[in-house]
Design a binder for this molecule. Structure first.
Ligand code: M6R
Length: 357
């Protein structure tokens, strides 16, 4: 039930701090340490490469997940769009483990890949919000998102849950494999939960941004580097889905290789600045678009903000920034859609789970 909320999407955005806390709790053992099933740990560590398979927002979460398994677990990862992978399979490694990410667990494009790789004799782990869903039943292992039912077509809390659960799995697998993990994920996710709360409490400021940048625009760009690029893809998808504004997410350095031709006077460009090693580069990319007339909305992280930035998100661990930086983008999309009189929870042409290939 959406209770006093005008839309499920807003309710689900607001639930995200609680979802973060729920995940910390659900994946803690009696000793207060993060843990996942031993079978899953063994499958991850016995594999020589993870193949993350997903669609839409879940694919975007998978891109962030790759960072975790490569940086924390030292495990090579490929991330693929399910509708492409099944019909054009790359050369697989010797001991692949397939990781299906799906909020609903019912996405047909992902299921056809699962069927194929099972026929080939490979093992699969499904990361899903729905216990007993098709992808969960047909895989060897399941990790649950614990996000609670997600009703709005635009996925919000499932995305942050997917990223958090992948961070937990990567960290626990790293310890299991004997790698040093330099941070305390329980503590860091606690800091994230508070930062997410601060963002959902900033609705007025974010609504004002949506009004200022998106009330009448035809198109919009989202740019970032490193994980900020992946969040840019998600920000653009969210905006397209519910406001029908044409939006594209780009790697900051890639825009100038063609797409910058679309920048006109007043074109909104949302830039994320949460990654210190590339902060100067992305700010350089912002200058390039501003020189062509773009209207920049800079969302930076505390500690690397500059005068003139539009919004500053609280400081969190550099690998976990997507969990926080996505929140203002979700809210910007929500308010843009609202002010354009769009049907926020049930956008045109879309269904909550896509059960056809
Ligand atoms: O249920 P799934 O996670 O497998 O769904 C995948 C996509 O259809 C889904 O994420 C879609 O992109 C959302 N509507 C995005 O908000």
């Amino acid at each position: 039930e959406k209770g006093t909320y005008p839309h499920y999407m807003l309710k689900e955005i607001d639930e995200q701090p609680a979802v973060m806390r729920k995940i910390i709790q659900a994946y803690q053992n009696e000793a207060g340490e993060l843990s996942i099933d031993a079978d899953i740990l063994e499958a991850i560590n016995a594999s020589d490469r993870l193949y993350i398979i997903a669609a839409g927002t879940s694919y975007h979460a998978g891109l962030v997940g790759k960072e975790y398994f490569e940086k924390i677990t030292k495990k090579p990862v490929e991330v693929h769009i399910s509708s492409e992978f099944g019909y054009n399979m790359p050369i697989l490694s010797e001991k692949p483990l397939f990781v299906f990410i799906s909020q609903s667990g019912e996405t047909a494009d992902s299921r056809q890949v699962l069927v194929k790789i099972k026929e080939m004799g490979h093992k699969a782990l499904t990361v899903t919000n729905v216990q007993g869903s098709t992808l969960s039943r047909e895989a060897d292992f399941t990790l649950l998102l614990h996000a609670g039912p997600e009703i709005a077509v635009a996925s919000t809390k499932a995305y942050v849950a997917q990223i958090a659960v992948l961070a937990v799995a990567a960290t626990v697998a790293a310890k299991h494999a004997g790698h040093d993990v330099e941070f305390d994920l329980i503590k860091e996710l606690g800091i994230v939960a508070n930062a997410v709360q601060a963002m959902v409490d900033s609705k007025e400021a974010i609504e004002a941004i949506a009004k200022d940048f998106l009330a009448t625009t035809r198109n919009a760009f989202f740019i970032g580097r490193n994980v900020d690029f992946f969040v840019s893809l998600e920000g653009a998808l969210k905006l397209k889905e519910i406001s029908y504004i044409q939006a594209e997410g780009f790697a900051g350095g890639e825009l100038k290789h063609g797409t910058i031709a679309l920048i006109e006077d007043g074109t909104p460009v949302f830039a994320l600045v949460t990654q210190k090693p590339v902060a100067l580069n992305i700010r350089g990319n912002v200058k390039e678009v501003v020189a062509r007339g773009a209207k920049p909305c800079i969302i930076s992280m505390e500690g690397m903000e500059e005068d003139g930035d539009t919004l500053v998100i609280p400081n969190v661990h550099s690998l976990l920034t997507p969990l926080v930086s996505v929140i203002p983008l979700q809210l910007i999309s929500y308010y843009a859609a609202l002010h354009r009189d769009c049907d926020v929870d049930k956008p045109r042409n879309l269904a909550k789970s896509v059960t056809v290939e």
